[in-house]
Design a protein around this ligand. Sequence first.
Ligand code: HEM
Length: 238
Amino acid sequence: EEESHITDFAFPFEGPFGRYDTAQLQRGLAIYNSVCSSCHGMELVYFRNLTEPTGPDMPADMITELASNYYVPDDGLEAMVGDERPATLSDTFPGSQLAGAPDMSLLAKARAGFHGPYGTGISPLINGIGGPEYIASILTGYTGEEKVEAGITFYGNTAFPGGWIAMAPPLYGDDIEHADHAPTDLESEATDVAAFLMWAAEPKLNQRKAFGLTAVLFLGLLTVLLYLTNKKLWYNVK
Ligand code: HEM
């Protein structure tokens, strides 16, 4: 069995000072919307979340428009079982459209690209768990080989565990044109959509890192003050 290969792509949200890049999240959303959402769902993400300033920070009117292209179950008083209506800002993305295509809401946190030495926790502390790297590595990891087993087509992939994935390559490069004319080579598209899925799985990353930094600075200051207090209190005792 081939060992799966995860590329350590650099993302702007890595490290203690890392933050999401709004423009990258917007590009990732565009790719998710035009390519991935035809099979995958994202049932834990509300359309209104896409307007959050620490996320894709999209204008509400554009997201209202985008949401209206998705259909969700209609639970209105007049609705019959099975009726659907266009989604609004207060709905979530629909579930997966294709059986077997996993929901993407938490995928970037539910998969590990890097596996550190067990027990110490040092590797994930420094390198993260590699969820977005895993996603981008799958999207860029197709070998071009195909095989059919039990009527299902599998595609050779160097990142997917086992080496064969039942998802045809969803991206080839130049699959989309970005409003900001950012590069659309395969690797750029893969890392953009992986960054967007990381935001979906961890929307409070910016706040968490800002708070963590404040906490560490505060604890450092407290250490100094307590040291001086201790010196002053015990100055005449050995
Ligand atoms: C699996 C991402 C588009 C169908 C996966 C996995 C990832 C992924 C990361 C592996 C999930 C896991 O570890 O469990 C994406 C992204 C897409 C995209 C980012 C858009 C750029 C699509 C499309 C289809 C599709 C358009 C359908 C035509 C599937 C299926 C699986 C899968 C069926 C399960 C494969 C298996 O278990 O062997 N996708 N996908 N995906 N995807 Fe996609």
